[in-house]
Design a protein around this ligand. Structure first.
Ligand code: ATP
Length: 201
């Protein structure tokens, strides 16, 4: 079974491509969703977070207080890395549990926004698929979807890996720029044919 790591910047179209791969028969493991579950009220990461950062990092409902965590990270540059170090093993465990639960699928797709930043993640997958989109398009899509101010979206894009860094680790790149959703699906199908049906690189 082929393990595909799917990545791309904010608003590049990862979730859209993930859904198209699922429609072709892939099992999907969404690391963002897993991170949200782990830090939701009663989430498995919450006791360790309370221990490491104090109860002020925990909101009244028992979830991670993201606003407070951002403030902590602002005053203490190690806080973000410590939170990630705490979450990563739990995310890894849950990914493997979900991967096993998918059973006998022809391919497993791991949607990992930080794949380029994490060598450990790249070692867990057989192929890396990068969804590449210009920053203007990312900005337009995210503003349309979330209503965030353009400057907020620009700040997120700046913090993420660059397009060149992503392309450097890619086994395949899908340019999701002028493609409509139907054409995007055709690109995804042709990649599926090559990688999964024919077993080619
Ligand atoms: P995030 O990292 O923020 O979760 P993402 O990379 O998963 O984003 P998507 O949610 O798949 O990106 O796409 C962002 C938005 O752009 C969505 O509203 C999606 O429907 C739209 N979109 C993506 N690709 C296309 C396309 N080829 N044509 C039209 N709309 C698109």
């Amino acid at each position: 079974m082929l393990r595909i790591g799917l990545t791309g910047g904010i608003g590049s179209g990862k979730s859209t491509v993930a859904a198209q791969l699922q429609a072709l028969g892939a099992g999907l493991v969404d690391t963002d969703a897993i991170a949200r579950q782990l830090t939701a009220p009663g989430g498995r990461a919450m006791p360790a977070i309370a221990e490491a950062f104090g109860t002020e990092a925990v909101a009244a409902d028992g979830s991670l207080d993201r606003e407070r965590m951002r403030a902590l990270a602002f005053g203490d540059p190690t806080a973000k890395a410590r939170l990630q170090a705490l979450l990563h093993p739990l995310i890894g465990e849950e990914c493997e549990r979900q991967a096993a639960a998918h059973g006998d699928v022809p391919a497993l797709v791991f949607d990992v926004p930080l794949l380029v930043e994490s060598r450990r993640w790249r070692e867990r997958v057989d192929r890396v698929l990068v969804i590449d989109t210009s920053e203007d398009t990312q900005l337009r899509r995210v503003v349309a979807r979330s209503g965030w101010p353009a400057d907020t979206v620009r700040a997120v894009i700046t913090q993420q890996a660059t397009r060149a860094e992503r392309r450097a680790v890619a086994d395949a790149v899908i340019h999701n720029e002028e493609l409509g959703l139907d054409d995007l699906a055709l690109s995804v199908q042709s990649l599926w044919q090559r990688w999964v049906s024919l077993g080619l690189r």
